[in-house]
Write a protein that binds this ligand. Structure first.
Ligand code: SF4
Length: 325
């Protein structure tokens, strides 16, 4: 049983916000309108607002069809995201419609940094989804620039207006995410602005999170539990499950047989591919790849010794990432 593809289809991963989520990468590379300090996919290589079919619908849907054809773990939602901002892909609407045909009855979610919400074409395509998870980390212009590092000329005002317009157009579920960094966007001024904004936006849910994996830049540090509690109390209303912990992959796949060196080598390639997407702990990697933890530990030691992987500690946990990602 295959638990993770090496291409544009990845997971399923156990997401605190969505459940067992099968991911689709609409960019195929780190292409984004932002270069967030905390980005777990590494620094943005192509900072752009140019919308293009970066991954054409036919290619992505073909990969998904092939993935579905083989035995695979169950999943609860298909999530459009990837290594950058998925709304940059002009084929997004076609992709959502194609996923509906291939996975009837499974909800489709889209992750977005909200930067293109002012574009009516983007809003029209997003309206095809069942769930949209936009992020808004700060309504203070200085904090927005510092944390999200947008393209020059990006307008917080346009993003704010675009989100409010989208809320009126969209019949699905809107889950707003606010990610806090220590000393960066955890100010009282930001909290007051976010409080007023969420009252106006009326999302179905607000998720206040912080980094749970090493980010793209070393100055990004997780917000404290007290800060998270303060923001959650003001923005989230009633108590709800938090999404700040490391994601855990769905544990449906049996352990691989790692006896043969060829299989081990193949597993090594999958580990490198997975770590190129985001840093992960040994146990989350083992779970995602359906591999035994002892095998993974040995493999990670070997890859570290060869300079292909590096270990970083965050919040008492050791994360591995691909060198040069
Ligand atoms: S966190 Fe999201 S919005 Fe920020 S740089 Fe990474 S992919 Fe882009």
């Amino acid at each position: 049983m295959r638990a993770e593809s090496q291409g544009l289809v990845f997971g399923p991963v156990r997401s605190g916000r969505l459940g067992a989520s099968l991911g689709l990468d609409l960019l195929g590379a780190k292409i984004c309108t932002f270069d967030c300090l905390y980005c777990e996919a590494g620094a943005t290589r192509a900072l752009t607002a140019a919308r293009r079919p970066y991954v054409p619908a036919a290619r992505l849907l073909g990969e998904l069809a092939a993935w579905l054809f083989e035995p695979h773990p169950p999943f609860e939602v298909v999530t459009l995201g990837g290594m950058g901002e998925p709304t940059l892909n002009t084929d997004m609407g076609q992709i959502i419609e194609g996923v509906r045909e291939l996975c009837p009855g499974t909800p489709v979610a889209v992750l977005t940094n909200s930067s293109l919400m002012a574009d009516p074409d983007v809003r029209r395509d997003l309206c095809l989804a069942d769930m949209v998870l936009p992020s808004m980390d700060s309504l203070m212009p200085s904090e927005f620039l510092q944390v999200n590092r947008p393209l020059p000329g990006a307008s917080l005002m346009d993003i704010r207006r675009g989100l409010l317009t989208f809320r009126r157009q969209f019949a699905g579920k809107l889950f707003l995410e606010v990610l806090l960094l220590a000393g960066m966007n955890d100010s009282s001024e930001n909290l007051a602005r976010l409080e007023a904004f969420t009252a106006e936006l009326a999302p179905d849910r607000v998720d206040v999170t912080t980094m749970s994996r090493p980010g793209a830049y070393p100055q990004a540090l997780p917000a404290s539990p007290a800060t998270l509690a303060r923001f959650r109390e003001a923005l989230c209303g009633e108590a709800r499950p938090l999404a700040a912990g490391p994601e855990k992959s769905a544990q449906f796949a049996p352990p691989l047989d790692n006896e043969g060196s060829r299989r081990l080598e193949a597993l090594g390639m999958r580990v490198l591919d997975s770590l190129a997407r985001r840093p992960q702990t040994a146990s989350s990697l083992a779970s995602a790849l359906g591999a035994g933890e002892a095998d993974l530990a040995n493999l990670l030691d070997d890859l570290s010794a060869r300079g292909l992987v590096k270990a970083v500690t965050l919040g008492g946990e050791t994360f591995f990432s691909r060198v040069g990602r």
